[in-house]
Design a binder for this molecule. Sequence first.
Ligand SMILES: [Zn+2]
Length: 181
Amino acid sequence: MQPKDKLQQYIEQGIYGAPELKKEERKQYLGQFRERVIKVLTQEQLQDSRYVDGMIQALQDPRAHSLYVRTQENNGESQTLSLLTSEAQKSQIPFSFVDGNTYIGDIAVVLAAKDAIEEKNIYIDPSPLPLEFYQNQGKTLCKTCYQEIQKKYPEYQHAFTEAGFWKKLFGFQCPITSRHQ
Ligand SMILES: [Zn+2]
């Protein structure tokens, strides 16, 4: 083979993707082509409600067509997975479970479109709030924690209340326990 032919081949593979690469790609995205993927969640992200909520939001994407969920033995995330599938049901997006052992990589959930969309960023952009704050939105915080929100995440200030004098007097405990060891 001429070097030029080889170069041409690389270029074509880059554009259309080699058949073998496509096969690998589908193994990674739970049977889907990368070009159809809207958003994914990794196994690790399943344990973080900021990412899971991001995926639930992504279900509202008008391009969302189907959800693929990877099941694995000892998954330990069954609660999260049933939350996702019930949200998919609410949004009338059909979901299917796929056998974890058939696929490679660490992707656990794939939200796919019907056609090729070539989405650039298939990863969830999570809320910038630290997880513990994120999980305690709507709660009352101690002065120190509240001020931290005011300073670092002012756009989330409305999501919290600062403990007043009376709360403190009656044995108030700040829910951000990791900051109060
Ligand atoms: Zn606190």
